[in-house]
Design a protein around this ligand. Structure first.
Ligand code: SF4
Ligand code: ZN
Length: 427
């Protein structure tokens, strides 16, 4: 740089500094420095006023466009809703899901149900090439579940076997088992039927003949569970799959609350039982509401039996169901929320217990120094005895199954002899 140019630059710098500040003295003669130029009060990267205005105008246009787009989308959705059009496509909707405020067409509704089904199976631990016993009663839940398993076979190789338990309820179960058998045949899934009469010695109707006003479900549930478990074992199953839907699951939770049996709630969410005498259970329908299971079955031509068990109205489940349905009517999505809350409570209980087992601070774990009542199935199994008749895990010397068999005048040892038999395949 030439000396003249350098001199000019120095001058300019001095002038600008002089512009920017002015030294004064106050009345006490102390030096003060005051800013005198507006230009120098702006930050170094400040834009000129014109650019500010242009930028603000530009942002106004962008925001206006975004607002219009959003309101267009909203009005499209409102139109779609009013016209009953699917939320995802332009097809006519077959269902309106209140809890999600969405209409869905058949294709998207099927996709939603099947997605929930396969996600539940994945989360609960199903693996390829496993042997799966499907408990099929002939109702909508179990037959729709069988259809979804058949579809799943295209993606995952599985060994499927369908099993029906005929409790012996005249005019009800015989019809539904016939439907289960026929549908299994149509889907080319081997099917077995086991009856109370053959295995425990009496049909449910015979058991209830002298028990006017008593609930049949107590006998029915215990006998059916045991038969399913024993026959699944005889068939070499890795899993027994139960068709319980979301409503059934929420009802079971409430029933266990009413009976003060929290460990049963924990057990409901723990399919992997580490005891070789139990075949673990899968519940792939547990995130699908009952009405949606029924609609799925109807839309996919599943030939289910719609009649209700004549003993159902005497059970506690009947009242709990009515209460939960009223809740759902008033607060759409209540069933999902109850299930999610319960699941996260069980998870916390399990973590707390795991902390205690690994020598964690119990006072901190319970929050107040009181011992928690939380339990896991592992703890329960550790405390369980073995039934001296059938050899199954039990809270007392004789299990509930054997006690009930004795109560109805049947020989538990007779059942023990028959339980390991695979049975006759009927489809
Ligand atoms: Fe058995 Fe009760 Fe179900 Fe009827 S309602 S099939 S008696 S559990
Ligand atoms: Zn027993």
């Amino acid at each position: 740089m030439s000396s003249r140019k350098a001199h000019k630059t120095d001058e300019a710098e001095k002038t600008s500094r002089a512009d920017a500040t002015k030294q004064t003295r106050d009345i006490k003669g102390v030096k003060r420095v005051e800013r005198t130029s507006n230009r120098s009060s702006l930050p170094a990267n400040a834009l000129p006023l014109e650019l500010h205005l242009a930028q603000a105008a530009y942002m106004r246009v962008i925001n206006e466009r975004a607002r219009k787009k959003k309101s267009q989308q909203n009005s499209n959705q409102t139109n779609q809703k009013q016209r009953g059009i699917c939320y995802y496509c332009n097809e006519k909707a077959v269902v309106y899901l209140r809890y999600a405020d969405r209409h869905l067409c058949k294709r998207h509704f099927n996709r939603l149900v099947e997605k929930r089904f396969s996600r539940a199976l994945r989360e609960q631990g199903l693996k390829a090439k496993q042997t799966v016993v499907l408990a099929v009663s002939g109702g909508k839940d179990s037959l729709a579940m069988m259809l979804m398993f058949k579809k799943l076979l295209a993606k995952i190789p599985l060994n499927l076997i369908a099993v029906s338990v005929d409790e012996g309820i005249a005019g009800y179960r015989d019809e539904s088992v016939a439907r289960a058998r026929a549908f299994a045949k149509e889907l080319a899934i081997p099917h077995y039927t086991y009856s109370f009469k053959d295995l425990v010695g009496k049909s449910l109707d015979e058991i209830m003949a002298n028990r006017e006003g008593e609930a049949a479900c107590g006998y029915c549930g215990v006998f059916r569970r045991q038969i399913l478990n024993d026959k699944a074992k005889a068939l070499g199953a890795d899993w027994v799959v139960i068709g319980h839907n979301l409503d059934d699951a929420v009802e079971t939770i409430f029933m266990n609350l009413l009976r003060n049996e929290p460990s049963r709630i924990v057990r409901f969410f723990e399919p992997l039982v580490q005891d070789e005498r139990f075949v673990p259970r899968l519940r792939p329908n547990m995130w699908i509401p009952e009405k949606e299971m029924a609609l799925y079955a109807l839309l996919n031509d599943v030939p289910f039996e719609n009649a209700e068990c004549p003993y159902a109205k005497y059970s506690i489940r009947y009242y709990v169901r009515a209460m939960i349905n009223r809740l759902e009517d008033r607060y759409p999505g209540a069933k999902f929320r109850i299930m999610r809350s319960m699941l996260s409570m069980v998870e916390r209980m399990k973590r707390r217990k795991a902390g205690e087992r690994s020598g964690g601070d119990k006072n901190r774990a319970t929050g107040n120094g009181n011992p928690t009542n939380a339990t896991t199935l592992e703890d329960e199994l550790a405390r369980l005895k073995t039934c001296k008749i059938c050899g199954m895990p039990s809270n007392s010397d004789v299990c509930m199954f054997c006690k009930l068999l004795e109560e109805i005048g049947e020989d538990p040892y007779g059942y023990v002899k028959r339980r390991g038999l695979k049975g006759r395949r009927d489809a």
